[in-house]
Design a protein around this ligand. Structure first.
Ligand SMILES: Nc1nc2c(ncn2[C@@H]2O[C@H](COP(=O)(O)OP(=O)(O)OP(=O)(O)O)[C@@H](O)[C@H]2O)c(=O)[nH]1
Ligand SMILES: [Mg+2]
Ligand SMILES: [Zn+2]
Length: 365
């Protein structure tokens, strides 16, 4: 139940939101899928090399690995199913770009070994993709969450929390913008007695998305999902409580990720997962469990580009009467005609409208 608003709104909107305790949550919720390199990366001094390890540069002995975890003073690099704790050599470059010793989970690196369980990172290889968010401590800064992600598994549950097409569409737009492979996972099908998920599944399959139905207690769809993860880095995303951690644990039981029941009071999850790690799955591949997010806002999305991220709109938009058609009020709009003929679903169009208007509002400032 929503509490009745009693406090008076102060002059500054920001301070009001902060007082209400909403501010941090909203900023933290700002996930972004982007391929762009970071201009001004955060350079925590903890990443800086403290000692010189007196290892001669023997490039032919460098081993390629993947950073799976970053801690305060070092990081964990995985290669050939082994984990080695590594520190950074000074003045490292990311690809050809000098980026002051910044490393991130997902980075492909070349390391030289000191002994069987420790080493030094000699080189960070070019990043293929970057998944980032706004730095919660400095909203002008972008912060890397994980790099080199191949695909995203967007999880929605049938119930607890209720399936929400609007949120799913926001994740989809964001993933399309980042050029990631997409798997829609519909979890908790054991709770969906009336098979209400069917219409959603048909809609997204028709658009061309891969859709996998799963249930953790009934072990349905787990194998199918695992097959889709082999050889790739896959991020699991979706609102809190939909079962991301439970599903990853079902795929790879030795991971034993924490999960908590959704709150009876709010019907939402409890944001159980906090830090970002790459989790190795057998026989080959990694998954990333992310904290659930309640709200989802777009960042750096231009109003006119929104339509590009709705695949079923793309082939239609050139047939509009006006070539700068926004598909809202213009006459002879091919997208609106497609809604009338049933080719485009109204719920997808409503999502388009919401995201477009949001982008437009932001674009003004
Ligand atoms: N009935 C049913 N419950 C499930 C299923 N999958 C997960 N759950 C339950 O849903 C609750 C939340 O699961 P989590 O795995 O913690 O969800 P999460 O998405 O990781 O949540 P955050 O870490 O908060 O983002 C737990 O009580 C799970 O046991 C499922 O397929 N069916
Ligand atoms: Mg979790
Ligand atoms: Zn149009």
């Amino acid at each position: 139940m929503k509490k009745k608003e009693t406090k008076k709104k102060p002059a500054s909107q920001k301070s009001w939101i902060r007082k209400q305790g909403k501010y941090d949550l909203e900023i933290l919720d700002e996930y972004v899928y982007s391929k762009k390199p970071i201009r001004k990366p955060m350079t925590p001094k903890v990443y800086r090399e403290k000692k010189d390890f007196n290892i001669k540069e023997k490039k032919d002995e460098w081993i390629e690995g993947t950073i799976i975890e970053v801690t305060a003073s070092s990081c964990l690099v995985n290669f050939e199913n082994k984990n080695v704790r590594c520190v950074l050599r000074k003045g490292l470059k990311v690809g050809e770009q000098l980026s002051k010793n910044i490393i991130a989970v997902g980075d492909k690196v070349l390391i030289s070994l000191i002994n069987h369980n420790s080493g030094v990172i000699e080189k960070i290889l070019e990043r293929r993709t970057i998944l980032s968010r706004i730095n919660p401590l400095n909203i002008k800064q972008e912060q890397i969450i994980v790099t080199n992600v191949d695909q995203i598994a967007i999880l929605m549950s049938c119930k607890e929390p209720e399936f929400n097409p609007g949120i799913l569409d926001r994740y989809l737009v964001s993933a399309e913008k980042g050029g990631l492979g997409i798997i829609i996972v519909i979890n908790k099908i054991d709770l969906d007695e009336g098979n209400s998920r069917r219409k959603h599944i048909e809609l997204y399959k028709k658009i061309g998305y891969r859709v996998i139905e799963t249930s953790v207690p009934k072990k349905t769809g787990i194998e199918e999902l695992r097959k889709n993860l082999i050889g790739k880095i896959t991020v699991f995303a979706g609102p809190s409580g939909v079962g991301k951690s439970s599903l990853i644990t079902a795929i790879q039981p030795d991971l034993k990720l924490k999960s908590k029941p959704v709150s009876k009071k709010t019907g939402f999850g409890r944001h159980t997962t906090v830090n970002v790690k790459l989790l190795p799955i057998q026989p080959d591949g990694f998954v990333v469990d992310t904290p659930g997010i309640r709200a989802f806002r777009m960042w750096e999305l231009l109003p006119d580009e929104v339509v590009e991220y709705f695949p079923e709109f793309v082939s239609k938009r050139n047939k509009c009467e006006f070539n700068n058609c926004t598909h809202i009020n213009e006459p002879d709009c091919a997208i609106k005609k497609a809604i009338e003929s049933g080719e485009i679903d109204i719920s997808r169009y409503n999502s388009y409208l919401k995201i477009y208007k949001e982008a437009k509002r932001k674009f003004k400032y």
